[in-house]
Design a protein around this ligand. Structure first.
Ligand SMILES: [Zn+2]
Length: 230
């Protein structure tokens, strides 16, 4: 990805973007467990305290493994497509057992029961990193809206609204912020219809500042996520 420096207000920098605590580590967004090697160059990152970074990594690992198992329709490490997830599950029997319990067979075939509180935490974490990185506007408050759902259960109308650019940029991002720079350099990254693909098939997102701050994320082309701060 193109490396962009943030020239925004320094008062919005230097603290954990999740809790406002000390800036002790760098939190990559997305976290590497959601991506495959080779990683994109210049991965985005935001400051985080050690506790938030560690706690959220465990949830991210869970979500990355869950998505892989759901997509593969199996929990057996040798049946998975992403080699990295196979390695994680081989070395983490308790997570593997947890995912095995998450798969049940319903009337219409196998279904997976996600731990929604953990998925919510990951979605919020990713969105907080994006608002800090793209707009230089960290959002420590709870969002006014947070939702995620598999793409396959969306109606055609919901899908079109989610994917479309119905979020025309009628408010301009702060001068110097990365979002402003991306407006000026559209076409240099994998920037399609307002979506920025960090890694094709694994992670894409779009941000919008038209009414509040909105972040949309698509994980594995399977799970659509949306977070809004009014
Ligand atoms: Zn923190």
């Amino acid at each position: 990805m193109q490396q962009l420096r943030c020239y925004g207000d320094d008062r919005n920098k230097g603290f954990c973007v999740h809790c406002g605590g000390p800036s002790e580590t760098v939190d990559h967004v997305p976290s590497k467990v959601l991506l495959d090697e080779p990683y994109p160059e210049n991965l985005m990152a935001a400051p985080a305290c050690r506790k938030c970074n560690n706690d959220l990594s465990i949830d991210e690992e869970y979500l990355a493994c869950l998505l892989e198992c759901v997509i593969a329709g199996d929990t057996a490490p040798e049946e998975l497509h992403r080699a990295k997830i196979g390695r994680i599950l081989r070395s983490n029997p308790s997570l593997l057992a947890r995912l095995q319990r998450a798969r049940t067979v319903g009337a219409e075939g196998p279904v997976w029961v996600a731990e929604n509180d953990r998925v919510s935490r990951v979605v919020l974490k990713l969105a907080r990193c994006h608002t800090a990185f793209e707009f230089n506007e960290p959002q420590l408050d709870e969002p006014s809206y947070l939702e995620f759902k598999p793409l396959s259960v969306m109606t055609a109308g919901e899908r079109a609204a989610f994917e479309s650019g119905d979020d025309a940029l009628d408010v301009w991002p702060e001068v110097g912020s990365r979002a402003m720079q991306r407006m000026l350099v559209v076409g240099t990254d994998a920037f399609t219809e307002g979506w920025l693909a960090v890694q094709e098939g694994n992670y894409r997102f779009r941000v919008n500042h038209a009414s509040g701050l909105a972040v949309k994320i698509v994980l594995r082309e399977y799970l659509d996520c949306e977070v809004i701060w009014d």
